[in-house]
Ligand binder design. Structure first.
Ligand code: HDD
Length: 725
């Protein structure tokens, strides 16, 4: 007897391809353009009228067509994920550059020919399924590899550390950050009393709080953020040798963030901002890519780092153990159906393949229980692995049976092992398998204890490392974020306790945060008196780590897929605009002509320039850069339009590259952008490009604008608070 979770659909092959998974999924897809039927296959005669006792009479209970339809509708919701409820996902593949046999037996990390199919789901953590994408939050980065040896899930985040050290605190953490239980306010926001109450009483959260208050919590796009496995895992090679490993995903498009004011506005203007961005990029063939990087170290090396690698509030600085690129992840296909795929996909850090193993990290250990458990209530029973998106593409055989929604038809008399009655189809156990539980030191130290290891006691040194690694602009953003969040905390004592803790990260940080909160200056000694506070700092050999900063650097990928708004009105000069627009398009940017109305605007040469969207429908927060086209009449009309003025000022305030051509420059001057204020020490306006109104000047204007766009944002723009937008 052979039970297969492939359900007879698709055979296991030596090296599965992305096509295998697609084929498997498509065998479940419905056929288009068919006659409507009931679930029993009966053709539906009329889908507009229920069966009634007379034309104006009551509906009859016997109308089983009505009842079936309504009943199904009544039950079409399932519980949303208790965390990470809001997400977006895509299919793709992973390919390793070079066999990693020195470290792992995992087939998908050894076969350089294999394009392992993957399904990747990105998410926010705190908000519910209908919340906005751009909330200040951690982002989930969960990857399911459908390997020939079974499914492997790398269930990570876009930050390399976590708030807590032991899974037993996870329900408390999540209850504190979720909307408060008495009034269910606020949605998808940590800026409220219960979160900061908990955080301030749990100093182990401090390092992660620094990340959560940084621009990492406001990604410009899922495509432009890093991912991390967070925990230290193990890799086991063919000789049974174990190495510790940390997983990193490095985005091809570089790392970029939004301004906080911008993120909040996007939440209202386009709550699906990240979801749409991922979907559109894939539809247009701009397939997002990440490199998988590994920090691999021997257990001796790990023991010499000076902190405990089993503590998930610690990262391993890249200066101490370099990240080695080992393979590439490409997302190239959108799901066919959100519910069937993105909603029903079930990840689990314990879905491992031989050659990759977990460690005793107490946060990870708790996760190993939680994920299967949560699927039972979310997906309605123990057979969620049979849902198409969760099925492996290798055969599955075992004697588990029955349960809600079981689909596999187990054949024969036998559902136990060992047996002698299965007539040649008995399932065997391969005693030669390497990997799980085979690592050399898989022993436990007696006695049982319910205590934290003293090696987990340092809660501040890596928070300080993070702070020290930030640029001045990044530090400003972190201070502003703490101020914003804590200003929403009504309880003064919570605000005070939090800045007292921050004084142990950096005295200036704490002082700056405290300055606008109506509280006493930070008192580090008061923090030390609190329960749970450990006055311990382990020595780190470095004071800063460049890899922690998101400081703008010109991207290798240039300006691909960046969105540029071109503001125009009747009288626009397309002669000077065209070469710039062409160069931007050639460099991979998307140009949108915006005007106060749809259709077209009249050019100064008497032609038509097609308009892509109105200024009102696509406000500045939807774009990465702004170009004010030339043409006197156009520039004057834009200057009179409150929407256009606000558009440019807002983009400028959000530190986006701004370019003006010819008469468009006058608009910038009018807004004060070209006047005395907001200049840097060299007298320049960072990221502002002024172009002359001629076709010849276009090449230079485009070059300068592209260079400004490669930096993505000009966070060092001076006096930005003075901009009224
Ligand atoms: Fe978790 C979902 C990532 C700690 C319990 N988690 C979930 C998802 C991601 C993470 C990306 C969404 C997966 C998806 O898209 O379906 N979680 C993390 C990371 C953690 C972490 C990186 C720390 C390093 N999680 C964590 C702990 C617990 C959980 C300590 C419980 C003890 N997480 C869950 C869960 C979820 C989940 C309740 C909700 C939905 C699901 O699992 O499938 O089991």
């Amino acid at each position: 007897m052979v039970q297969s979770r492939n359900g007879g659909r698709g055979k296991a092959k030596a090296s599965p391809t992305a096509a295998d998974k697609i084929q498997q999924l498509q065998s479940y897809a419905d056929e288009p353009a068919q006659l409507l039927t009931t679930n029993q296959g009966l053709q539906i005669p009329d889908n507009h009228n229920s069966l009634k006792a007379g034309l104006r009479g009551p509906t009859l209970l016997e109308d089983f067509i009505l009842r079936e339809k309504i009943t199904h509708f009544d039950h079409e919701r399932i519980p949303e994920r208790v965390v990470h409820a809001r997400g977006a996902a895509a299919h793709g593949h992973f390919q390793v550059y070079k066999a990693l046999s020195e470290y792992t037996t995992a087939q998908f990390l050894n076969d350089t020919e294999a394009r392992t199919p993957v399904f990747v789901r990105f998410s926010t953590v705190a908000g519910s399924r209908g919340s906005a994408d751009t909330a200040r939050d951690v982002r989930g980065f969960a990857v399911k590899f459908y390997t020939q040896e079974g499914n492997y899930d790398l269930v990570g985040n876009n930050m390399p550390v976590f708030f807590i050290q032991d899974a037993i605190k996870f329900p408390d953490l999540i209850h504190a950050v979720k909307p408060e239980p008495h009034n269910e306010i606020p949605q998808a926001a940590s800026a409220h009393d219960t979160f900061w109450d908990f955080a301030s009483l749990m100093p182990e959260t401090t390092h992660m709080l620094m990340w959560a208050m940084s621009d990492r919590a406001l990604p410009r796009s899922f495509r432009m953020m890093e991912g991390f496995g967070v925990h230290t895992f193990r890799m086991i090679n063919g000789r049974g040798e174990s190495h510790f490993v940390k997983f990193h995903w490095k985005p091809k498009l570089g790392m970029h963030g939004l301004a906080w004011d911008e993120a909040q506005k996007i939440a209202g203007k386009d709550a699906d901002f990240h979801r749409r961005d991922l979907w559109d990029a894939i539809e247009k063939g701009n397939f997002p890519e990440w490199e998988l990087g590994l920090q691999i170290m021997s257990e001796d090396k790990a023991a010499s780092l000076g902190f405990d690698v089993l503590d998930a509030t610690k990262l391993i600085p890249e200066e101490m153990v370099p990240v080695v690129p080992v393979g590439k992840l490409v997302l190239d296909r959108n799901p066919d159906n959100y519910f069937a795929e993105t909603e029903q996909v079930a990840f689990h850090p314990g879905h491992l393949v031989p050659g990759i193993d977990f460690t005793s990290d107490p946060l990870l250990q708790g996760r190993l229980f939680s994920y299967t458990d949560t699927q039972l209530s979310r997906l309605g029973g123990p057979n969620f692995h049979e849902i198409p998106i969760n099925r492996g593409i290798c055969p599955v055989h075992n004697f588990q049976r029955d349960g809600m929604h079981r689909q596999t038809i187990g054949r024969g008399q036998v559902s136990y092992e060992p047996n002698s009655l299965a007539a040649g189809a008995e399932f065997r156990v391969d005693g030669g398998l390497q990997g799980f539980h085979s690592q050399p030191d898989n022993t436990v130290e007696p006695p049982k204890v319910r205590r934290r290891s003293p090696s987990f006691d340092d809660h501040f040194s890596q928070a300080t490392l993070f702070w020290n690694s930030m640029t001045p602009a990044e530090k400003d953003h972190i201070v502003a974020a703490f101020r914003f969040e804590l200003s929403k905390v009504a309880t003064v004592a919570v605000r005070q306790r939090m800045v007292n803790n921050l004084a142990h990260v950096d005295a200036r940080l704490a002082k700056r945060v405290a300055a606008t909160l109506g509280i006493e200056p930070p008192d580090p000694k008061a923090a030390m008196g609190q329960a749970g506070f450990r006055n311990v700092r382990f020595e780190l050999p470095i004071e800063e780590s460049a890899a922690l900063s998101m400081a703008p650097r010109p991207d290798k990928a240039g300006i691909q897929t960046r969105k540029v708004a071109i503001l125009a009105n009747d009288g626009v000069d397309v002669v000077s605009l065209r070469p710039v627009q062409q160069a931007l398009t050639d460099a991979g940017a998307e140009c949108w002509v915006l005007a106060p109305r749809l259709g077209a605007v009249a050019t100064s040469g008497g032609r038509r320039l097609e308009v892509a969207a109105t200024l009102q429908a696509m406000p500045s927060v939807m774009f990465d850069a702004v170009l004010v086209a030339g043409g006197r009449e156009s520039a004057e009309a834009l200057a009179k339009s409150g929407d256009a003025v606000h558009f440019v000022l807002e983009a400028y305030k959000h530190c986006k590259p701004v370019c003006a051509i010819g008469d468009g420059v006058a608009l910038l001057a009018l807004l004060g952008i070209q006047a005395g204020a907001n200049r840097d020490a060299l007298g320049n306006h960072p990221g502002v490009v002024l172009g002359e109104a001629s076709a010849e000047a276009g090449v230079q204007t485009a070059q300068d604008f592209i260079a400004a766009m490669q930096l993505h944002r000009h966070w060092d723009r001076p006096d930005i608070d003075s901009i009224p937008a």
